[in-house]
Design a protein around this ligand. Sequence first.
Ligand code: 2AM
Ligand code: CA
Ligand code: CA
Ligand code: CA
Length: 272
Amino acid sequence: MEIYEFGQRMIREAGDFIKLRMKEDFKVDAKLNPHDLVTDVDKETETYIYERILERYPDHRIIGEEGHGTDIEDMSGVLWIVDPIDGTLNFVHQLQNFAVSIGVYVDGEPYCGLILDVMEGVLYHARVGSGAFKDDIRLDEMRDTTLDRSLIGMNANWVIKDQIGPAFKKIVEQTRSTRSYGSAALEMAYVATGILSASVFFRLHPWDYSAGMIIIDEAGGRTTNLLGEEIDILKKDSILTGNKAIHKELTDYFTSDAAFIAGHRRVHGEKR
Ligand code: 2AM
Ligand code: CA
Ligand code: CA
Ligand code: CA
């Protein structure tokens, strides 16, 4: 069976696993700080996905947020990049608005992206070269927009930071409005469908953005970091994703702001 079809079936089964498991009690722990939570369900779902992939494809490799694949440093072979629950805060507080997100790479090349809105039962998916889909409906090519007539995905936390805050504040002032959904993967799926024109993130990990990047590419959009630099799929980075016109407008904007560039470099380091 093809990896893409297997992945679609398996991610829906992982969603069913979460829905069953969340009916029982689960433990919530803080990771690095009180804003950064993890639950038993995150960990158990990652293990479920890990075992399902290896039982079917013993030679594939898997990186997951909750601890699998920490030794992986190259992209050879088939690599699954897994976020078992993207939007853990939503999971804990709302029991909705969270996703399973999986990006698959073959010898370093993007192969397919899968984002399951678990409680809605909606799967956003794309295989490179075959278009992007919401369930079985093919997504239209993303249309160009300008900042002043766009809804932009953005987390309010960045507006209050010293060095980078003013740049984000200007976006709040200039765009039609901002939205924040609490799941980077779902927000990227919304960009692919066009209900957001773009989305900006700071400090995302590969498991947050890999599936979304592939789906947005297939829908005709563009993803780089906020300075317009290509993403290295094994690294943390900022993410700017959107239709091609607004992507250019926003990268031009961020790269014209010296304080923002300095703040970005401080958090993300020099570009490799
Ligand atoms: P997570 O739920 O899988 O941790 C909003 O919180 C978005 O940012 C979510 O997609 C969340 O993913 C992601 N995120 C990435 N790094 C984070 C961090 N250190 N703390 C909280 N959320 C983080
Ligand atoms: Ca997390
Ligand atoms: Ca995540
Ligand atoms: Ca997660």
